[in-house]
Structures are given as C-alpha cells and as structure tokens.
Design a protein around this ligand. Structure first.
Ligand SMILES: *Cc1c(COP(=O)(O)O)cnc(C)c1O
Length: 401
C-alpha cells in the first residue's frame, strides 16, 4: 500500500500508478488512520483550531502544513481532490463550488487584460457567456471556432493567445476534437490547452495523457451521477494548480465538504456507471436508427458518425449522450418529449435517470437562429442522456404512443 503523511492525519492513501481506474475511484484519497478506518468523513468545519498561538502563526506563515479555514482547504474536499487527480492522472486537483466556478477560477488565474482565448463554438452555453460577455468586459478577446476544424484553430491563434478551450465530445451532436493535435498547436504557440472533460469523465478519456495542460469538470454531471449536488474541479500539474488555488482562496467559490463527500461516493461507482452508460448509449443509438419516426442519429459510437474514427482512437467508450432528429419540426419534437411518462424532462445530464431535452429551446435557446443553424441545433433535434434504467423500458417510454 502507498501512503504519505499529511497535515492532520496519519496516512492518506495516495494514488498508485499501478492501480486501475476502478481501484483509484474507490481507494485514492481515503484516510487510513486508527480512528477513521472506514474512510470518508465529512468535516463540516468552517475554521480549524490550533494548539497554540505559535502553531497558528506557523500555519499562517506556511511553515507547517495544515488546514486553516475551509475556504482554503478542508480534509473532505481534499479527499475528493486526491481521488479525482488520481483518476485524471494529474498531479493536483482543486475543487470548486460548480463547474462554472472551475472555469471562472481558471480564467481569473491565467488571463489578464489584452490576452486572447480560442474556444470551440459549441461549448456549454454558460461557458460561452463567460468568455463572450464577462471576459470581454475585462479586455480579453475570444475567438470561437468549429471544434473539428483544426485549420480554423490554427488560423485563430494569435501571439497573445493564452489558451485554447474545448469540450469533446460536443454537446449535443457528439463531435470530437483531436486533443493531441490541438495540444501541439497550443504548445507551438506558447499557449495552453484546456479540456472540459465532463462528457467522457476520466474513465473514458484522459486529456492530460493526450497533452492537455488542464482538465475542467462539472462534478454535477457524471462524477456525482445521481443528480444530487453542484460542484466542479480543475486538474493538472502542481505548478498550474497552485495558480488556480491561489485565486480560489481569495475568489471564494470553493466546494463545500458535504458536496465533496457526495462526489466521493459518486466516484466510487464512476467506472462501472460509465461502462453501463456506454452500453446503454450504444444500444439506444442503434435502436433509434431503426425507428421510422427518427430522421437522423448523432452518436460518435456509430460508424457513420463523421468523428467515429477519432472517437475510437481517443476515447475508451462513447458515453451516454445520444442526440437524434425526429421527422418533422419543433411540434413533433415537443410532442415526442411530452408523450413520455417518466423520462426526466430536464437539461441536466450524467444521471442514472434518463434525461431528455429539446436543445433549441433549452440549452441552446440563447443562440441566434444563424448560430443555431451553424451549430446544427435544429428544431427537430432531441438530446437524450441514456440512464441506467432497463433499456426496453426506456425505449417503450420514448416510442410514440
Ligand atoms: C454543466 C456543465 C458545465 C457547468 O457546470 P455547473 O456545475 O453547472 O456549473 C460546464 N461544462 C459542461 C460540459 C457542462 O455540461
């Protein structure tokens, strides 16, 4: 067994390079001490108490390691960070109060006035807003390019480009970016590549291994897996994470210990859940293709998807998100959604419960018509995140009555 001494505990089980994901997901970051041999403990503590004035001074000065205040560090949050870092193969992880907080903290840590960002056009809607509206306000320009068009990325890079930012596979059409090629492009231009790994999770894709500098997570989705808490994280090398941490302890959007504990429980089943999501997603995509009320299916696991080859190379599985067009327009799409009896009509994803949404009027509703058209968000498009209910039951509920 591996381990190391930490601030307030005898031994923290640290990731072992030999361990497979299933072991990391259940064991990495767990405490092993006499009084806490059962592992996860929630520390609902705002401020930590010192033995003496001298100890307080030494901790504040950084002369001895240890917790001071839960806006900086907290042992439960630390466990979650250790475990997610282990799964992503990163040196360090910093947890945040939401996925957007992870993106915001990364922006605040690395961007300054006059900097430039290149971002894939079809990122999560709120990520688009952060760059387009708020970063712009502080003099940071963002160029939005097509995720799959490597030449467009190349053309958009400028001398002041600080980072490239993308999500792959994309929401909702499952387009895949070549992480390795874009990491090389970033590095050749003195920039970083940041990958939002929300859809794949480290079980299906490890962007750091492919050359990315930082990984972003919305823990709200598959990491939790059961729709309970909002949270996020940034993972990567120590040196970069120290910058993120530095901003975060001042910026203040840190993760609560309770939410960290929920995510720890979520991570324990992440590998097995992701395998099941992949199986269900694939079977659902094939089934949808055979339905006469379906126009087209978008799933990178299907051989006719334009990104199938790259997805095969880059990912260990194709995930649970399956989008499809029904025959007709908005009316037919809404009718199909409304006639389901128990699928969850929600814009969320990454849950054991199957979720269904109409992207054109929810997740992508803020886009102008021309932007929707360019992103392929048609009125007859429906996005499913296939959960872990029985497949035939899901199909029965989805089939037009
Ligand atoms: C949900 C989501 C986010 C934002 O995460 P929150 O936890 O909702 O703040 C960022 N990126 C992707 C890909 C998401 O799906």
């Amino acid at each position: 067994m591996t381990g190391r001494k930490t601030e307030s505990h005898d031994l923290l089980i640290t990731p072992d390079m030999e361990w497979a994901d299933a072991t990391q997901a259940i064991r990495a970051g767990q405490f092993r001490t006499q009084e806490q041999e059962h592992g996860e403990v929630i520390y609902p503590t705002s401020s930590f108490v010192f033995k003496s004035a001298a100890e307080a001074a030494a901790r504040f000065a950084g002369d001895i390691p240890g917790n001071i205040y839960s806006r900086f560090t907290n042992p439960t949050v630390r466990m979650f960070e250790e475990r997610l870092a282990a799964l992503e193969g990163g040196e360090r992880c910093v947890a945040t109060s939401s996925g957007m907080a992870a993106i915001m903290a990364t922006c605040m840590a690395f961007l300054k006035q006059g900097d430039h960002v290149v971002c894939s056009r079809n990122v999560f809607g709120t990520t688009h807003v952060v760059f387009d509206k708020y970063m712009a306000k502080f003099g940071v320009d963002t160029a939005f390019v097509s995720l799959t068009d490597t030449e467009a990325w190349e053309a958009a890079v400028r001398p002041n480009t600080r980072f490239l930012f993308l999500e792959t596979p994309s929401n909702p059409l499952n387009e895949v970016a070549d992480i390795r090629a874009l990491a090389e492009l970033a590095h050749a231009n003195g920039a970083m590549l940041i990958v939002d790994n929300c859809f794949c999770t480290p079980v299906l894709q490890k962007p750091l291994d492919l050359g990315a500098d930082l990984v972003i997570h919305s823990a709200t989705k598959f990491l939790d897996g059961q729709g309970r808490c909002v949270g996020g994280a940034v993972v990567g090398p120590d040196k970069l994470l120290e910058e993120v941490f530095g901003f975060l302890r001042s910026g203040g959007f840190t993760l609560s210990p309770f939410n960290a504990w929920v995510f720890l429980k979520g991570l324990e089943t992440l590998p097995i859940r992701m395998q099941a999501h992949c199986r269900q997603g694939f079977a659902m995509a094939e089934w949808l293709q055979q339905q006469d009320w379906v126009e087209k299916v978008f799933y990178c696991g299907l051989p006719d998807h334009p990104c199938h080859q790259l997805a095969m190379k880059q990912q260990k599985g194709f995930g649970g998100v399956v989008s499809f067009q029904v025959k007709g327009g908005r009316e037919e799409a809404w009718r199909l959604i409304d006639q389901t009896r128990w699928l969850s009509i929600t814009a969320n994803l990454g849950d054991v419960k199957t979720t269904i949404t109409h992207p054109a009027t929810t997740t992508h509703g803020r886009l102008a018509d021309a932007e929707k058209a360019r992103a392929g968000i048609t009125e007859n498009l429906i996005r499913l995140c296939v959960g872990l209910e029985d497949l035939q039951d899901i199909q029965a509920d989805l089939s037009p009555s």
